[in-house]
Design a protein around this ligand. Sequence first.
Ligand code: N01
Length: 550
Amino acid sequence: MTTSAHSTSTFTTAHSKDNNHSDTLDALIVGAGFAGIYMLYKLLNLGLKVQVIEEGSGVGGTWYWNRYPGARCDVESMEYSYSFSKELLQDWTWSHRYSTQAEIMEYANHVVDTFGLRPYIKFNTKARSAHYDEARKEWEIKTDAGDLYRAHYNIMATGTLSSVNRPRFEGLDSFKGEWYLTGRWPKEGVDFSGKRVGIIGTGSSAVQATPVIAEQAGHLTVFQRTANYSIPARNEPLGAEEIDDIKANYPGIWARATKSRVGMGFIELGTKGALEATPEERELEFSKRWAKGGAGFGAAYTDILSNEAANETAAEYVKAKIREIVRDPITAKILSPEITLGCKRMCIDSGYYEAFNRDNVDLVDVGSAPIQRLVADGIQTTDGEYQLDIIVFAMGFDALTGALNAIDIRGRSGMALRDKWADGPRTYLGLASEGFPNMFTITGPGSPSVLSNVLRSIEHHVDWITDCITFIKNSECSEIEANFTAEDEWTQHVEDVAKDTLRYKCDSWYVGANIPGKKRVFLPYSGGLPVYREKCQDVVSKGYEGFVVS
Ligand code: N01
């Protein structure tokens, strides 16, 4: 039990600690983020022998590493929460509409300690390889710490946005100042006071970090390659009445989330196309959503992500807001996106555009004058040199496949997952891949994952995997594996559904375009959570159709 001010009680779990990694485990889980934590909870409650290994020294996954200034949730905290335990929902109280990274970490630790999960997690332990031993029908997992685990099931809870896109700039070693990655932020924090700071990137991480660093630094230069859209969060403390109301209505909220394409019960989804509304109606609707803040802005109309003209109406609204907020017209113009709204994930900010009105903040357009190299004193672009003491790289992640491909995963006949996925990930439902029996990927490529409130997708996958393992156990079988045809059809389906969305055409991490050399493939499933859940349920109802159970 933590000493968290958010928590008022302890409740129970029914399992005992009995893990020794020299014995064969029922399951080895890689990663102690939100997926790994819940998977551990479920499997322990099945009475299985389970071990989690985690690279960090604490739980929280991507939240553990992304402790950059301003890091916050951009899904409302009251629903960026586990829904599996009624007691937990009542026991925990979030302080703000969008909570800080620190509070999310408190929550993750609270869950782990409340359910007695910590003894089953080995920290500072990075998975190096996972090889399937066909004769023993077991996975052999080796770690950087020199451990060897054998496990019947190998469950990858490695996260979707966890493998950092590291800077590859020429001259990085010659830079005399300090540099940091938002996705690997030092625990002790960074002192920006009086410093000349540069931040590279203008995605969600940079959009959150910029206003906070601007307040601390002597001077901040934002290096923007592509302008993206950002919607104000309108973050504020949650009132007692609002909290009580939400807590009393959780069943309804989860029911709505289950029916929502994006797994969010709080977001009011528009019911008609943008072009069906008059310009006055649209202005009213966008203004209402802009004033409310958050991701609901993009859900104003049904066709914003499928129809260029509809998209343009929302995009124009945001660009007008940028012109209204940012006093310098040249800066406002550079900040105005030329891309389709939502094709790169929209950002949610607290004072991002306003930060450019500060005297100590400059914007540099490295889209038109690219960064050439880092030099001893800063950054050199084709336009000139910028003198810096600190550089912050907010350049995102090798999304969905990066963390899996970083591990030497080998299935039948020594086949390497990264070779099999060289032309893009091939999965069945984003949960499994042919040739890799008894291996599951929580929120893997080909599942809704990042196109939803990821907590809902995690819970869905973990519940599905738990039911599947129970089925295998009860049927006295020992292996489950996706079959080639089912995987082929699903992989094609993921691509086909994506083609109908505007996101398909744009260069973003959704298609791997942010990583040099990464094959361009639409990574998550864009058919929506309800359709996806139905498909997963259908597979089960038909006796795990598309899987070979032996
Ligand atoms: O990463 P990004 P992020 N030279 O990939 C730029 C989630 N998230 O960490 O667009 C110059 O979005 C790149 O430019 P461009 C959320 O899902 C959630 O910010 O490729 N610039 C871009 O501007 C989000 O979508 C929260 O031209 C370079 C930036 O770096 C996802 O994580 C908070 C460059 C990268 O933006 C990723 O967000 C934070 C180069 N060589 C993140 N290389 C929540 O609040 C890259 N860039 C929950």
